[in-house]
Design a protein around this ligand. Structure first.
Ligand SMILES: O=C([O-])CC(=O)C(=O)O
Ligand SMILES: [Mg+2]
Length: 575
């Protein structure tokens, strides 16, 4: 039995909470709690008087106080614990804190610090924070999901925990990624926290360290595989569709073995997409489009090499191909400009390949310079294929060496170098090194955040090429437009919208992305572009979460997007 009912305005935004409880129950619920910010009247009505100290403080005073406390914490991990506990007691204050300096706090609740949190999940466990399905309860998935019905779930971020960032199988700990992503749905897209549901599909773990750890709190078994795995995901998907037919399901951090299968199995059944394939593909295209403005060249003039043929790498290849085709290039011609490499070198059709790698595998007979697998080495491919855009999704720290980067420089005046692997320790190269090796000529963006770099008397700002600039906007655009499915064209539209947010001032400093403090502004532009794409594609309908109907009119859709934004300020509480 929930202690609150959400009260909505016509746009589906929460305008008040109707609270059917008193006293400590109101204080102990993170949606209703205001701590020392309860007004005198609220203290009276909800019988809180006497349960909090007398002085009434404002939300902004509470934020300043929280900032001071975080300042005193020595490690980012401790800062995370404090912020997490704030979320658990007062979600409005926690979000107000994050928006007071999103650049700073995003690096704690999200990449890179969240990587450590996933790894220490069992020892630091405090609350479930979302749902944990495992073979022992998956048959009750529908019943369990129904407990959230009153929260009017709009977005779920769902992981099977196997491909967490660039650090692999983290067992039940992957839940922390879902939480971080959803915090950014709230920060960027203004989707209120009660509409967000993090879900771990705990199908076991093959992480030996976790299996040996007596403290491990996930399902203590090796991973389900094959049909057992697919049946488990199927049970979840069917229950989710039944309980939340209008909600968006974001698949997150599945490993490459399953990411494509799961995405493709449910793409028409659930309103769903895979963030690592499609979000990463889209944000990388956005960075390349911004770089084209600096280079005064077109996508068709580049040769692309993606080092790391996993979910992110193949997703980027798919997205670059889609953008080239949209510009009028034939598919075969587009594909010929995109090279993928994995740990064994160039992906070629004469190797035995996982199916998801086949699309971008090269026929060695068609490459005059390829005679043996040794020719598929990174540096050789860069040289022989004339690569101008080098993208890293390998998880291999430091593999973009000076030799590698200068090979790209030999092909073009302004090489585009994107070491995208997360978290920071996995990055393929450090921006400072890349600027030094190329005398500031390289156009650089990274997956994890990096400080600006001084080189040759100029300051370069390193744009963060992270799907955070895409997924919240895709989600909001899909929800507001009532899109019945998530189509590939949404991600091309999102990439163009994000690239258009990069100002001439950003470009002058070599930045391929807007700064993170503009997250909400970028998200709204992306959402509107995605909503328009849904209208163009004929999949838009009335939004299930609001009374307002956009009637497939783009101007009305913009209005819906602008008005759906929840801001972290205390809501009126109605008795
Ligand atoms: O979480 C991030 O920072 C981006 C992402 O999806 C990943 O690296 O898997
Ligand atoms: Mg991810």
């Amino acid at each position: 039995m929930s202690i609150y009912d959400l009260q909505f305005d016509d746009y589906g935004n929460t305008r008040a909470l109707k609270v059917n409880a008193k006293g400590n129950a109101v204080l102990f619920h993170n949606y209703t709690n205001k701590g020392v910010a309860f007004s005198d009247e609220e203290r009276e009505v909800f019988e809180i008087s006497g349960l909090v100290p007398p002085e009434v403080k404002s939300l902004s005073q509470q934020v300043l106080n929280a900032q001071d406390i975080i300042q005193e914490k020595v490690s980012d991990f401790e800062k995370f614990i404090y912020i997490r506990s704030l979320f658990d007691r007062n979600v409005t204050l926690a979000h107000a804190l994050l928006s007071s300096d999103i650049t700073r706090y995003m690096s704690i609740v999200y990449t890179p610090t969240v990587g450590i949190v996933c790894q220490r999940f069992s020892s630091m466990f405090r609350q479930g924070n979302g749902l944990h399905f495992y073979p022992g309860n998956i048959d009750d998935a529908e019943k369990i999901l129904r407990r959230y019905e009153r929260a009017d779930i709009r977005v779920a971020v769902v992981t099977d925990n196997q491909g967490i960032l660039g650090i692999g199988d983290q067992g039940a700990g992957g839940q922390a990624i879902c939480l971080g992503k959803l915090m950014l749905y709230t920060q960027g897209a203004g989707i209120a926290p009660w509409h967000c549901l993090p879900i771990s599909l705990d199908v076991g773990t093959d992480n030996e360290k976790l299996l040996r750890d007596p403290k491990y709190i996930g399902w203590h078994h090796r991973r389900l595989t094959g049909d057992d795995y697919l049946a488990f995901v199927g049970k979840f998907a069917r229950a989710f569709k039944k309980v939340f037919p209008n909600a968006l399901c974001q698949w997150e951090d599945f490993s490459k073995q399953n990411a494509f299968t799961v995405r493709d199995t449910y793409v028409n059944d659930l309103i769903s997409f895979n963030d690592d394939i499609q979000g990463t593909g889209s944000v990388t295209l956005a960075g390349i489009l911004a770089a084209m403005k600096i280079k005064s060249e077109g996508l068709k003039d580049q040769v692309y090499l993606i080092h790391g043929a996993g979910a992110g790498g193949v997703g980027i290849a798919e997205q670059i191909e889609a953008a080239l085709v949209e510009e009028g290039m034939a598919v075969a011609e587009a594909r010929a400009r995109i090279f993928t490499l994995d740990s064994r070198g160039l992906v070629t059709t004469d190797r035995s390949l996982d199916p998801y790698k086949e699309k971008f595998a090269k026929d060695p007979g068609a490459l005059p310079w390829f005679n043996s697998s040794a020719d598929g080495a990174l540096e050789n491919v860069i040289e022989k294929a004339g690569v101008t855009v080098l993208i890293g999704t390998s998880g291999q720290h430091g593999c973009f060496t000076k030799e590698v980067v200068t090979k790209v420089l030999a092909n073009t005046e302004r090489p585009i170098i994107l070491p995208l692997s997360n978290p920071t320790a996995n990055t393929e190269a450090i921006p400072e090194d890349i600027y030094n090796w190329t005398d500031g000529k390289a156009l650089v963006a990274t997956g994890s955040p990096f400080d600006p770099v001084n080189h040759g008397g100029s300051e370069y700002r390193v744009g963060q090429c992270n799907n955070v600039f895409i997924f919240p906007g895709v989600g909001l655009g899909v929800i507001a437009s009532g899109a019945t499915k998530v189509l590939p064209s949404f991600f091309t539209a999102a990439a163009h919208a994000a690239a258009d947010c990069v100002s001439s001032h950003d470009l002058a400093r070599g930045a391929l992305f807007p700064s993170v403090d503009r997250l909400q502004e970028v998200t709204l532009k992306v959402a509107k572009a995605v909503g328009r794409a849904a209208i163009r594609e004929g999949v838009a309908r009335k939004c299930a979460f609001s009374a307002f109907d956009h009637n497939t009119d783009p101007a009305r859709l913009d209005e819906a997007v602008d008005h759906m934004i929840w801001k972290p300020v205390y809501l009126p509480l109605e008795a």
